[in-house]
Design a protein around this ligand. Structure first.
Ligand SMILES: [Zn+2]
Ligand SMILES: [Zn+2]
Length: 581
């Protein structure tokens, strides 16, 4: 069987197996892997960075994304010319395996739904256009031109299985300001392969996928008139998808990756986003046993003060209705009355949130929801709340102090937690529920302040604000299944760290390794570095660059594969040594 042949080289590393409970197909480890170890790497079968794909100018006016048109075009060229027989076989495998396993096809249907008719029409237009293009050049291929049905099927496969990364628009040293705008809505680097399509999603994945090498624009020769598609097609695809272990993986474990960037989103939002992709996530963060870290509350027992988070429940694939998207900031006022509808069907208001450490009831979910609603709908109050956070940070973490993940975490969860101003500001007057400073609403408000308010950037252009953003990500990544391992890091004496405290990293190096995998941490550091540089604060830029390089070193091969280390290293237009003094 063709799939077995294709999988043979991967057999010592990974194998395809039925899921132990669900019965659908998953990818499992064939051996043990340590964090940082490469699980497997697979060459791209279709790749928008491939010369053929880059050579193709997308047909305007179609509902098919330009990236996907490039992948489809590369597929057609292979099908017509069959320049590399193994690739042709692999492409047949794509169509055969990724659409008939009962998973991808059902997914594609749910995702596309009402768009299918439009897609069919657009695929036909697309096919006619490129057929004309082929005819003009004299089609001397040995294969056959794919039918509309085949291309439609491919499009569905692409939609549900493609891996993509933002294309970095060259070294960001020239400007730090519009980086975020450029990253959105522009073309992405998209890659489709077979084994790489099989890992399942988890919000707490055990593997990370990176592109190797990172995207680079096609050489100028690719755009030169006279270079034929067939010549370009002879070039082997260069991109590999590299899967690296994030956590210890044992032989037989299901390999999982995060299909979307979802650090520090509450379960309700993560699940809603994933539902748009056609499935309900029942991973250990969405359906327990890991608590919803991004919705942490403080235990009211003054002798305890542990952080307590709601735990998700299993959801039915068929009956799940995703919650409505959060209202836009501009519509905040009109949406204020809808809180009950928004939350009512997703959470039982009478359910109790119980402290895992002392057993005290922190609140009912109804009170929790009300406390969140108050902060969510009063952005001014929320922003005011942030100043004590930043004050506490600025007193405890000097701008260029030696980086210590543990210091940051304990400041966030210790000093911030009990700061009287902060306690008052984050406590709901009606219920007395105390939202933790690491709650996603606090995080979102600070992010809003930093990213969208240019004046605020200059007002708070100091380390503590960004360090807050970095530090809250440690919380989301806490490896312990107990509510917020970091809270116990602060509260428990270090010599009691055996047994239940065993999951808490002991050294700064371990902390750095742990946080390195969080995309938000690196993103925030990179952003801080660019902003600082653009504003002439070279000392701070250097500081952020060094911290970014620390996380890259901790990530090992995955960081070099993703190009992150180069970004952190290349941010200075002049030699770093000149900045040291
Ligand atoms: Zn999940
Ligand atoms: Zn407690």
């Amino acid at each position: 069987m063709i799939l077995d042949d294709y999988l043979a080289p991967y057999a010592p590393l990974v194998r395809v197996a039925p899921h132990p409970d669900r019965g659908d197909r998953v990818l499992v480890a064939a051996k043990d892997f340590s964090p940082g170890e490469v699980v497997f790497s697979e060459p791209a079968l279709l790749d928008t960075a491939h010369a053929v794909a880059q050579h193709f100018g997308p047909v305007p006016g179609l509902s098919i994304a330009p990236d996907y048109q490039r992948l489809m075009y590369e597929f057609v060229v292979h099908a017509v010319y069959q320049p590399v027989p193994t690739s042709a076989a692999a492409h047949a495998l794509l169509l055969a395996e990724l659409s008939t396993d009962g998973m991808a096809s059902a997914l594609a249907e749910r995702v596309n739904g009402e768009r299918n008719a439009q897609y069919r029409a657009d695929v036909k237009v697309f096919r006619d256009k490129i057929k004309k293009r082929f005819a003009k050049r004299g089609n001397k291929g040995t294969g056959s031109f794919p039918t509309t049905e085949t291309l439609l099927k491919l499009l569905c496969i692409i939609e549900t299985n493609v891996h993509s990364e933002d294309i970095k628009t060259g070294p960001a040293a020239t400007s730090g300001d519009d980086d975020d705008e450029e990253a959105e809505g522009e073309e992405e680097h998209c890659v489709l392969s077979v084994v790489a399509s099989m890992p399942e999603h988890s919000c707490k994945p055990n593997a990370l996928v990176t592109f190797f090498p990172p995207f680079s624009p096609a050489p100028d020769s690719a755009h030169t008139v006279g270079v034929s598609d067939i010549e370009l097609a002879k070039a082997e695809p260069v991109t590999h998808l590299l899967f690296t272990a994030l956590q210890p993986i044992a032989a037989g474990d299901v390999i999982s990756i995060a299909y979307q960037e979802n650090s520090f989103l509450p379960t309700r939002v993560r699940r809603g986003n994933l539902a748009n992709r056609g499935f309900v996530c029942n991973c250990r963060m969405c359906a327990g046993p890991d608590p919803d870290f991004a919705r942490a509350f403080v235990c009211a027992n003054p002798m305890c003060r542990a952080l307590v988070s709601p735990v998700g429940t299993l959801r039915d694939q068929e009956s799940y209705v995703p919650p409505p998207p959060p209202p836009d900031a501009e519509n905040e006022d009109e949406e204020m009355d809808n809180d009950d509808d928004e939350n009512g069907d997703d959470e039982d208001p009478d359910a109790q949130l119980v402290c895992g450490r002392c057993g005290e009831v922190v609140a009912t979910m109804g009170e929790v929801i009300a406390a969140e609603a108050r902060l969510a709908h009063d952005p001014e109050a929320m922003l005011a709340v942030l100043s004590p956070v930043l004050d506490v940070f600025s007193r405890n973490v000097p701008a260029t102090d030696t980086f210590s993940a543990r210091t940051l975490a304990s400041v966030l969860l210790g000093d911030c937690l009990d700061h009287p101003d902060l306690t008052a500001a984050l406590t709901d007057p009606d219920s007395g529920v105390h939202v933790s400073p690491s709650h996603f609403l606090v995080y979102d408000a600070l992010k809003q302040l930093l990213f969208f308010d240019a004046d605020a950037i200059d007002r708070v252009m100091h380390v503590p604000a960004l360090m807050y953003l970095v530090a809250v990500n440690y919380v989301a990544l806490a490896p312990s299944p107990r509510p917020l391992a970091l809270a116990s890091l602060h509260a428990a004496p270090s010599d009691e760290s055996d047994g239940e405290g065993g999951d808490v990293p002991a050294t700064d190096a371990e902390w750095t390794r742990l946080i390195a995998w969080n995309g938000d941490v690196q993103h925030n550091l990179l952003w801080l570095m660019k902003q600082a540089r653009a504003r002439g604060n070279l000392e701070l830029a250097q500081w952020a660059s060094d911290r970014g390089l620390d996380t890259c070193a901790a990530m090992g091969v995955a960081a070099s594969a993703s190009g992150a280390a180069i970004e952190f290293g290349d941010v200075f237009a002049r030699p770093r040594s000149l900045l040291a003094g």
